[in-house]
Design a protein around this ligand. Structure first.
Ligand code: 5GP
Ligand code: ZN
Length: 115
């Protein structure tokens, strides 16, 4: 997609701090990190969101890189959060499927029932 910022990053048309790259997948640092480690993992091909008929094999390739990125970023020991914002209610702002890997400090929001 010509007007998609993540397609342009995937094509090396605009810069990003690349953490991991292969033929299908790229991981790069979020431009506005919410925690000390905030890396995005994308398929190089354009899919608007996780429900956009993404081939299962590609989803496997994408999610298999979560642990790889966590290791490269040094958060595999202490843990991290994986987030896939989807659509308006999910507050997705870039409409090219991406996985957030967040860590390096405790998450500010605890998910689940209140204490
Ligand atoms: P979303 O809210 O769609 O799940 O997250 C989009 C993320 O992409 C945000 O965390 C935002 O900081 C990041 N982002 C937006 N534009 C750019 C960009 O041009 N380069 C990089 N590296 N990250 C971006
Ligand atoms: Zn795109």
């Amino acid at each position: 997609m010509s007007d998609c910022i993540f397609c342009k990053i995937a094509a090396h048309e605009i810069g990003a701090q690349i953490v991991y790259e292969d033929d299908e997948v790229m991981a790069f640092e979020d431009a506005n990190p919410q925690l000390p480690v905030h890396t995005l993992i994308i398929p190089k091909a354009h899919y608007a969101h996780i429900g956009d008929a993404v081939p299962p094999e590609l989803l496997g390739q994408l999610f298999s890189k979560v642990g790889v990125v966590a290791g490269l970023k040094g958060v595999d020991g202490d843990g991290y959060r994986v987030v896939v914002n989807t659509g308006e209610d999910g507050r997705q702002t870039v409409h090219h499927l991406h996985i957030h890997v967040l860590g390096g400090a405790q998450m500010p929001i605890r998910m689940g029932p209140a204490d």
